[in-house]
Write a protein that binds this ligand. Structure first.
Ligand code: ATP
Ligand code: MG
Length: 424
């Protein structure tokens, strides 16, 4: 039977890299998340190779390669339209800033497994190894080859346990971002965080504030754009991580039904809006998106999207019945309207359904929800207007009239504009 992880160009490239390194007398394995995922029957998002060849040696063997983070010993090799990270076995030096090791030393597979965060992330796979020598109790067989388990990762994989490699408190103190990686991976895989690991995370939750906001924001982005987002939110709250992640006071137990209502592929701003509503934060023109922007290093696009979903939700909940036809059409045509309506439907399904009916009726009018404007700035200039501050106001009012079906032609639009006041 075909392996659910499927064979992929990235795996083929990774196998070719391992084969080439082997041919030159080196040790080389698949490493980390790709091994974990293959053994769970999931499609790996990328393939990483670990080897005893130094980065310079790897560069020399693969012309289409580049070095990332020279001090971390990682080389990116390209081929088959894919990229594979090739990392030299290493042990990390001390951590003075709780983020990155001060130095790395090239070392052995044993040391390399020990510097990884969780046991299920510390497995190696020899893609050309003897399948028959695999442990008999793997959740699934790999696509090919045999597993090399130096830290008890297979047992944890089978039991569905996410466990720090070595002393949990010490490993967390080296890099507090691992607290968020634990939440994300456990939620995504449906695993339990092992008791000592969970205890270390919650005891040290406040130390997450020492991690850069960029790295926290990236992890939160990965959490919220995955279908397991509600499980992540629940786990963050249970471990006391909401305050350091979002810059919020710890909140009382809440439900996660806004997050749970979203489809898997919901865009990041909509997921953030759902999360905030689950935490009891207000919709409408709220201030909290500004604080989240700083806490999570949001881009302008994501911050604006979050604001638009909340504003839309506030309008649907409050002002919708009193809005003019033009006002409703403008709102309904906006890119975030459907997300706002979906979130409103969590607490007030009738209101949301009624608004959907209104939207469908408006879409069925002759001009539709968002017709191409009859008049643009160029038309006003051509009609002898001087560009000026009143342009936008006049064009808005003409467009409103178009949305309300009061005018239908360009001539009517020009006539209306002319009647709206002095030119320029
Ligand atoms: P995903 O499927 O989300 O990519 P992953 O486990 O592959 O999960 P990556 O960020 O791609 O995660 O990292 C690859 C591997 O590098 C991990 O499996 C782990 O062995 C190691 N690793 C990554 N980040 C850390 C960290 N902060 N501390 C220790 N080891 C890490
Ligand atoms: Mg990965």
């Amino acid at each position: 039977m075909a392996h659910p992880a499927g064979d992929s160009p990235a795996r083929t490239l990774a196998s070719e890299i391992v084969s080439c390194l082997r041919g030159r007398g080196h040790v080389a394995y698949f490493a980390g998340g790709c091994v974990r995922d293959e053994l769970l029957g999931l499609p790996p998002s990328d393939y990483d190779v670990a080897t005893d060849a130094t980065p310079d040696r790897v560069r020399g063997l693969f012309p289409r390669s580049s070095e990332v983070g020279k001090c971390f010993g990682v080389v990116i090799v390209q081929g088959r339209g894919e990229v594979v990270e090739v990392a030299t076995f290493r042990s990390d030096g001390t951590y003075t800033d709780s983020r990155r090791p001060d130095s790395v030393t090239f070392s052995t597979p044993q040391e390399d497994a020990r510097r990884r965060d969780f046991t299920v992330n510390a497995l190696f796979l020899d893609p050309f190894g003897d399948v028959a020598s695999n442990p008999g109790d793997l959740p699934r067989r790999p696509l090919s080859g045999c597993v090399i388990d130096l830290v008890g990762g297979v047992a944890d994989l089978r039991a569905g346990v996410l466990r720090a490699v070595g002393d949990a408190a010490q490993r967390l103190a080296e890099d507090h971002l691992r607290a968020l990686r634990a939440v994300r991976l456990a939620s995504k895989l449906g695993f339990q965080i092992e008791a000592q690991t969970a205890l270390a995370i919650s005891r040290d939750a406040a130390a997450l504030r020492g991690v850069s906001r960029e790295r926290i924001g990236e992890e939160v982005h990965r959490m919220m754009t995955h279908p397991s987002r509600a499980a992540c939110a629940k786990s963050l709250a249970a471990l006391g991580l909401l305050a350091p992640v979002l810059g919020l006071d710890q909140r009382a137990a809440v439900s996660w039904d806004h997050l749970a209502s979203l489809p898997g592929e919901a865009p990041y701003p909509a997921t953030l809006a759902a999360w905030g509503l689950d935490l009891g934060l207000p919709d409408g023109e709220a201030e909290w998106p500004g604080a989240w922007r700083r806490s999570l290093c949001l881009s302008n696009h994501d911050r604006d999207g979050l604001g638009a979903v909340l504003k839309g939700a506030g309008t649907i909940r409050g002002a919708w019945p009193g809005l003019s036809v033009a006002g409703r059409k403008r709102l309904a045509a906006g890119p975030w309207f459907e997300w706002a309506r979906l979130l409103i439907g969590v607490r007030t399904p009738e209101l949301s359904a009624g608004v959907a009916n209104d939207r469908d009726r408006l879409a069925a009018t002759p001009s539709g929800l968002a017709p191409v404007p009859l008049l643009g700035g160029d038309d006003l200039v051509a009609a002898g207007w001087q560009p000026g501050p009143r342009f936008k106001d006049v064009l808005d009012r003409v467009y409103d009239a178009q949305l309300e079906e009061k005018i239908r032609t360009r001539a009517e639009a020009l006539e209306l504009a002319a009647g709206l006041g002095v030119k320029g």
